[in-house]
Unconditional design. Structure first.
Length: 57
């Protein structure tokens, strides 16, 4: 969405939101992995790692 916006302020907002969501997703992935290790579940093969995109700017 940030690339499609013609408004510079909206573009910057969408870029910040995307960055924040990526951070939240990484943190959530870490929590899931930690809890899975603690509980002894071996379903980690089903977890799809988040692919970090190159800088979008």
């Amino acid at each position: 969405m940030s690339r499609r916006s013609s408004d510079p302020q909206k573009r910057a907002l969408f870029e910040r939101l995307a960055d924040e969501l990526a951070i939240e997703a990484l943190e959530l992935e870490q929590v899931v992995k930690l809890q899975s290790r603690r509980s002894g579940h071996s379903d980690m093969g089903k977890v799809v790692p988040l692919q970090v995109r190159p800088d979008r700017r």
